[in-house]
Design a protein. Structure first.
Length: 100
């Protein structure tokens, strides 16, 4: 069981695929419009339960409990060696040296 007051993330389907506008690209229309929200759990629950949370702004939201202590998990892609050269060029132009 996940304790009341824990920092969690919920998922809520806003529009099912059949409810999405026909003006959207087909690939977009095929999937539901989904909202992901983080907040404090309002009662004890387990992953997958329908729960209510309170966001940091005090808003109440409900949805499927999908994560405990959620964190950002993204990157800006793989290493690009040209960026190192750009860094040296910019530092030389701004500061007269790339040795800072």
């Amino acid at each position: 069981m996940i304790k009341k007051g824990s920092w969690v993330q919920i998922k809520k389907i806003i529009l099912k695929p059949e409810q999405r506008p026909k003006t959207l690209p087909e690939a977009t229309r095929k999937v539901p419009l989904t909202m992901w929200v983080k907040g404090y759990l309002n009662c004890e629950a387990s992953l997958g339960d329908l729960v209510e949370i309170t966001t940091v702004t005090g808003r109440k939201e409900s949805g499927e409990l999908v994560s405990i202590n959620p964190y950002y998990n993204h990157s800006y892609g793989k290493f690009v060696p040209e960026i190192l050269e750009i860094d040296r060029i910019v530092k030389r132009a701004l500061f007269g040296s790339d040795k800072l």
